[in-house]
Ligand binder design. Structure first.
Ligand code: HEM
Length: 476
């Protein structure tokens, strides 16, 4: 079972701690000295910073402060203040260091770039993610999911996390690079697997860029895999430029995109920029969705009433048994409960489980004033489990996502896709993919957990299950 205890509502339980003033600055309550070693050993157990954040919320309330070396760190667990950071005062922030470090793989892609350059890239890439454009991918998503559901045998268990990775990886590869690149997709898959094994650790280390060149076996493997991935991506870009045909995929869109507001000679992307964007979209676009789906199947296996209700919705719309048809794009608005299930799953297990920013100038945040260079962290995982916005927060209840209930909560009480100008560009893509895959697989199967397994979270770049999640498919 999931081991994290629910964080109690901060405002109810946290003792009132005084604001701590130093010169012109007013710091939130928190650890007065540098994050002491004992806290590190207690809460920074490899791979689980969530414990530290929970401790801060429970002890100090919705905004807390500590120092790590010379850096001020503020943990924010309040929807209005998160809005301040992501929307209202967004120009005063850049991404925090871990995300900056992702440049070792992603270069200057949408996730890692900043300022005017980011805004320009976002403008150029936006049409590739417009609702009308991504609608063309629905059929292919369903086709892939249908092929996967045909492979399972009743009673033969498999690792759901691995299956969902395979499915979403194939989908993002096909939507980025059209259809006829099966061989490349396999190669890309292999290189990405090598890279990801190390990448999760590298981005957590300070100054990763500076020792990336060292002749250490793991780093050599990383560099070689990255170089091979680059060469595949560059070759695809060159081939596509040569034929100059719109294949309807994301790469064609990115190649054709023009920055209407830019100067004529600078309005399209260079090969290097294309490489960075392609690899960014590729990596951002599959592990997140795979984790969301894996957790959804897990939650459904623990909540049979919700699974049944979802299946009834799907059967009523698409038919049952021999006469059933596959879901399609136009069915999505009718798959409302299925979408609510997916939403509730991303509340409890948000694939992007925490986010961070660094201020580039002194910041007023609520009653606090914080110096330039302060790091601000906030966690979907923790806020989404707040009693204040989600009574009985550990209970899986898709009804929390009826339009009425959604409207009754502050916007940033739920933010699996972030917010503001850097909100996930793939959000509509992810909702469409999630709902269509849930519907396609549920038409045929219901999944039961193989008994005796431990389930826990592993907060890496995304919120993965810590152990394989072995499931038994049962034919419906
Ligand atoms: C359930 C699935 C997904 C989740 C939970 C998710 C979550 C997020 C979050 C929280 C951010 C904002 C990060 C920040 O501001 O620090 C983000 C940004 C981004 N996501 Fe997603 N994402 C998902 C799926 C996708 C997909 C399918 C794609 C592409 C096909 C994608 C591409 C991107 C890109 C390119 C950015 C950077 C946007 C920018 O800064 O302009 N994501 N995502």
């Amino acid at each position: 079972m999931v081991s994290q205890a629910p964080p109690a509502s901060a405002s109810e339980t946290a003792p009132q701690r005084p604001i701590h003033s130093v010169g012109e600055f007013r710091f939130p309550p928190g650890l007065r000295r540098n994050l002491p070693a004992y806290l590190f050993t207690r809460f920074f157990r490899p791979g689980n910073p969530i414990l530290l954040f929970e401790h801060l919320v429970q002890t100090y309330g919705p905004v807390s402060h500590y120092k790590l070396g010379a850096s001020h760190i503020v943990f924010v667990n309040d929807p209005e203040l998160i809005r301040e950071i992501l929307v209202t005062q967004a120009p005063a922030f850049i991404k925090e260091r871990t995300q900056q470090r992702m440049k070792i793989l992603l270069g200057e892609g949408l996730i890692t770039s900043e300022g005017d350059f980011h805004m320009r890239q976002r403008r150029i890439a936006a049409p590739a993610f417009h609702r009308q454009r991504i609608q063309g991918y629905a059929e292919m998503m369903v086709e892939r999911a249908a092929a996967m559901r045909d492979r399972w045998d009743p009673g033969e268990n498999f690792d759901m996390a691995a299956a969902m990775m395979e499915l979403t990886l194939a989908i993002v590869a096909r939507t980025l690079f059209a259809t006829d690149v099966t061989q490349e997709i396999r190669q890309i898959n292999d290189e990405v697997n090598v890279i990801m094994r190390l990448y999760n650790y590298l981005v957590a280390l300070p100054r990763a860029e500076s020792y990336l060149h060292l002749p250490v076996p793991g780093l050599i493997r990383f560099r070689k895999a990255r170089a091979r991935l680059d060469s595949i991506v560059y070759r695809m870009i060159a081939e596509r430029r040569a034929v100059n045909v719109d294949r309807g995929d994301l790469l064609s869109m990115l190649l054709a995109s023009r920055d209407e507001e830019g100067s004529a000679e600078q309005s399209s992307m260079s090969d290097r920029q294309l490489r960075d964007e392609v690899i960014t979209i590729f990596l951002a676009g599959y592990e997140t969705v795979a984790n969301a789906l894996t957790w959804t199947w897990y939650l459904l296996s623990q909540n049979p009433a919700a699974a049944e209700r979802m299946e009834q919705e799907i059967d009523a719309l698409l038919g049952k048994g021999e006469s059933a048809r596959l879901p399609a794009l136009q069915d999505i608005p009718q798959l409302r409960y299925t979408e609510m299930v997916f939403a509730e799953s991303m509340r409890l297990y948000p694939p992007a489980w925490a986010m961070g920013r660094q201020s580039t100038q002194a910041i007023e945040l609520g009653p606090y004033r914080l110096p330039a260079g302060t790091y601000f962290f906030f966690s979907q995982y923790i806020l989404h489990r707040s009693e204040e916005y989600y009574p009985d927060p550990l209970r899986f209840d898709p009804e929390r996502f009826t339009p009425e209930q959604k409207a009754a909560r502050p916007r940033f009480a739920y933010f699996p896709f972030g917010g503001g100008s850097r909100q996930c560009i793939g959000e509509a893509f992810a909702w469409m993919e999630g709902v269509l895959i849930l519907a396609t697989l549920s038409q045929r199967w219901r999944f039961r957990m193989v008994p005796g397994q431990t389930v826990d979270v592993q907060p890496k770049i995304t919120l993965r299950p810590k152990y394989p999640m072995r499931m038994l498919p049962e034919r419906r």
